[in-house]
Design a protein around this ligand. Structure first.
Ligand SMILES: Nc1ncnc2c1ncn2[C@@H]1O[C@H](COP(=O)(O)OP(=O)(O)OP(=O)(O)O)[C@@H](O)[C@H]1O
Length: 475
């Protein structure tokens, strides 16, 4: 879902009051019933209904009228609530360009009144796969699951808490500035992901810095768990910054050594492949001395051990649901047809009857949209290496993907199939065929003109009668 903050300007105080009321009502309802929204918002003269209409028009709400008249927030609605909070606190005043698309986040440049630039990270759990979208549609059948909005909120809180604790202890991570709902505002790192760097002036220094960082994290009881070239930014002076740590594990985890070795190995392999640099020494898990603890600082930001457990359980639960959903039949999807889908893809419900949907589902399952890294569809070939494939997607596939992503822009003309150019022989043969057809047509019209229309019919009829008589006589 693309963040378009323009509508912020058109929303009144009443609209925001209604938006917050829906958020509150969603604590106990997947779809907030209209009477409940009205009673929480407590607006006069039908103001609440008008606001709901406005919010729905701007795609901040998602409507469901199957069992009762209910609404829930879309990601955009949730974005607006967080943006409003940041603006009221004076953290940001402007939203600029999108600078990154992660698997489960969108990254924007923002600025405050003093034109100081920051990075806004909006967590978007559950948008990576088509299966997940089915999951959203099928939501009512899995009431026990938490909403993706809630999971995104927990993920953002976790990232903020870890970032703050690490930053306060001098780790090279962005400076976390503010946090609200599923969003984090942090300092902007002037660097590039290591994956985009083809050459290093001092590979051995960068390699040692990275190994030292892994060891230092472990001495604070943490293992990154996904320490790779995508999560490391490097600037012109070859200083590194770690930007993403959603799957941090504790050094007391039963598989801690495996995770630690994997992080170390990942960097060694990458340096060898990309920079032709073989690290001769590397740290071992057994050498690690765990003499610091960040638990208290992390909890101080509001992310407690209970939150951690809850997040892990909920994510596992959602993943479990996804597996269950593999057995969901097309009929199940069709029965959802009168409700809107999460990111306002109302129209695509009509197409669900189409046999092709099945085909599209299969096709999309194998694709990962990874616009952040070279903006191509990457086909997962089941092996370790993912090779970019120049996939010529059929128009309807593109439409489906764009609808899921909320970017239904018009396709450029050159995406369409090229017009077929016949050969000389084929043109000649076509001409001759046309001439013969014309001649036959001419002869037919001549003979038709010479006889009346009824005459022709009568002749045919009498011939048929004759045939029948002959046939009866012969028997
Ligand atoms: N503080 C920052 N300063 C500058 N650029 C940033 C910052 N944070 C993120 N980015 C950019 O946004 C991209 C995605 O960020 P991030 O890795 O945090 O998202 P993600 O959803 O966790 O990604 P993934 O899971 O795909 O690795 C990064 O590769 C980087 O280019």
């Amino acid at each position: 879902m693309k963040l378009d903050p323009k509508a912020l300007r058109f929303l009144s105080r009443e609209d925001f009051r209604t938006l917050v009321s829906i958020e509150m009502a969603m604590k106990n309802h997947e779809f907030a019933p209209v009477p409940l929204i009205q009673s929480i918002a407590n607006l006069k003269f039908g103001g609440c209904k008008k606001s709901i209409q406005t919010l729905h028009k701007f795609k901040l709400l998602f409507h469901d009228g199957r069992k009762y008249d209910g609404y829930k927030l879309t990601y955009l609605g949730y974005d607006f609530l967080a943006l409003k909070a940041f603006v009221s606190r004076g953290t940001i005043s402007f939203v600029g360009n999108q600078i990154g698309v992660g698997k489960e986040s969108d990254i924007y440049i923002v600025a405050n009144d003093d034109n100081e630039e920051f990075v806004l990270k909006l967590h978007r759990l559950g948008r990576t796969s088509f299966k997940t979208i089915k999951n959203n549609r099928d939501y009512l059948k899995h009431r026990k699951s938490a909403s993706w909005l809630y999971l995104s909120r927990l993920a953002a809180l976790k990232e903020y808490a870890y970032m703050k604790a690490l930053h306060d202890n001098g780790f090279p991570v962005p400076n976390p500035v503010d946090y609200n709902r599923h969003c984090i505002v942090m300092s902007r790192v002037r660097g590039y992901p290591l994956t985009q760097v083809t050459e290093l002036r001092h590979p051995s220094r960068v390699y040692s810095d990275l190994m030292r960082l892994i060891v230092r994290l472990a001495s604070y009881g943490l293992i990154h768990g996904d320490f790779n070239e995508f999560n490391i930014l490097i600037d012109d002076e070859e200083h590194i910054t770690l930007i993403d740590f959603p799957q941090m594990v504790s050094t007391s985890h039963m598989n801690a050594e495996m995770y630690f070795d994997r992080d170390v190995q990942c960097i060694r392999t990458y340096f060898e492949k990309r920079f032709d640099f073989i690290g001769e020494s590397w740290p071992k898990f057994s050498d690690i001395r765990n003499d610091h603890n960040l638990d208290v600082q992390i909890a101080a930001s509001g992310f407690t051990r209970d939150n951690e457990k809850e997040l892990n359980t909920l994510v596992e639960e959602q993943e479990g649901n996804e597996k269950d959903l593999e057995s969901v039949t097309q009929d199940d999807l069709d029965s959802d047809s009168d409700s809107d889908s999460e990111d306002s893809e109302e129209e695509d419900d009509d197409d669900d009857d189409d046999d092709e949907v099945e085909e599209v589902v299969e096709e999309i399952k194998g694709l990962h949209v990874n616009r952040n890294r070279d903006f191509k569809f990457i086909k997962d070939n089941g092996e370790d290496e993912q090779e970019p494939v120049p996939i010529l997607l059929r128009k309807e596939y593109l439409k489906e993907i764009q609808q899921f992503e909320g970017t239904s822009e018009e396709q450029p003309e050159d995406d369409e199939e090229e017009e077929y150019q016949p050969t000389k022989e084929e043109i000649q043969a076509e001409k001759q065929k046309q001439m013969v057809q014309d001649r036959v047509k001419k002869q037919l019209t001549k003979s038709m003109k010479s006889k009346s229309g009824g005459g022709v019919r009568n002749t045919v009829k009498s011939r048929a009668k004759k045939d029948i008589k002959n046939h009866i006589n012969s028997h």
